[in-house]
Write a protein that binds this ligand. Structure first.
Ligand SMILES: C[S@@+](CC[C@H](N)C(=O)[O-])C[C@H]1O[C@@H](n2cnc3c(N)ncnc32)[C@H](O)[C@@H]1O
Length: 289
């Protein structure tokens, strides 16, 4: 397709005698060509290494036949051809990403992350009550957990949840080291954060939701854990922007997130675009009247 595009450009810029000089064309459009080349390389990098997308739908199999659905309301597709950065399992048309967890500690705690993601702006925007109980779901190495502490008084609580026991070890160590009693770690299961019912004011998932293997079940369980008026916040890299240098499956479009949250019984309240590269998407529980 790119070849055809170039042929077309040469044809369009050809001399009245029908003979185009590719060299003259390249000189005249050098900057444009360079921009196209950069865009193609960025797209290729964000694509992962698998490019057999057309075959995906042909080879999709219903999870139900593989007995992978744990709830009748939650339906997934398992596909044979998929990106190598994903697990081959699709929810609402989105492939679930492979986990980036404690083994990627140096990525999660990279010194440039603070400037790239601006968690300080995120926390300012959330307007957190100082005595709130907050669930940091997919807490990883505690990047957000420790920053949340500064926003709470002595009555505030953070429940740091992850499916990896190593994450629990890291955050427990940090809490002990700081003499911090406001953090409780919970080892969740892939489908259940194991939060007590009606216990949290805010559930926040920073760069985590796109990795949940059972996003639908997770959100149903989070819903049960919210206090009345409680909020859910998803922070995800903007997939709408191919120039953001994060692997495609580790980004989400606002549209996709809204669709998945609506399917789990949440109402969209607001999306804030104050962060350099991430959406902040805020939801609340749908109340049936
Ligand atoms: C990319 S890391 C982000 C960690 C942290 N929120 C941060 O921003 O540094 C995603 C984390 O989500 C965790 N995770 C994946 N599925 C989960 C699930 N179903 N429940 C809880 N945590 C999960 C992974 O183990 C991983 O630690």
């Amino acid at each position: 397709m790119l070849g055809q595009f170039f042929k077309f450009m040469i044809y369009r810029n050809s001399s009245p005698h029908g003979v185009a000089s590719p060299l003259r064309f390249a000189c005249r459009h050098g900057r444009r060509l360079a921009a196209i080349a950069i865009a193609v390389v960025m797209f290729w990098m964000s694509w992962g290494s698998t490019s057999i997308l057309a075959a995906e739908s042909l080879n999709s199999q219903r999870n139900s036949s593989l007995n992978l659905n744990s709830s009748p309301a939650c339906t997934y597709d398992q596909r044979r051809f998929h990106r190598n950065t994903g697990i081959g399992k699709f929810y609402q048309g989105r492939e679930i990403a492979k986990v980036i967890g404690h083994q990627d500690l140096f990525w999660l705690e990279r010194p440039t992350r603070e400037g790239e993601e601006r968690p300080d702006l995120l926390l300012n925007l959330l307007d957190i009550a100082p005595d709130a109980t907050i669930a940091d779901i997919g807490a990883g190495t505690g990047f957000l957990t420790v920053r949340l502490l500064d926003r709470l008084n002595e009555n505030g609580r953070i429940l740091a949840i992850d499916v990896e026991p190593e994450s629990q070890d890291i955050i427990d160590f940090i809490a002990r080291d700081r003499g911090e009693t406001r953090i409780t770690t919970i080892l969740g299961s892939p489908s259940d954060p194991r939060l007590p019912e009606n216990s949290i004011d805010l559930a926040i998932m920073l760069d985590a939701y796109h990795e949940f293997e059972f996003p639908c079940e997770m959100m149903h369980n989070i819903k049960a854990a919210l206090k009345p008026g409680g909020r859910v916040v998803l922070v995800e890299y903007r997939r709408e922007n191919p120039l953001i240098p994060i692997k495609t499956l580790h980004k989400m479009t606002e549209r996709q997130a809204k669709q998945e949250m609506a399917a789990a019984g949440f109402v969209w309240l607001d999306t804030r675009e104050d962060l350099p590269s991430q959406h902040i998407m805020i939801f609340e529980q749908k109340i049936d009247r």
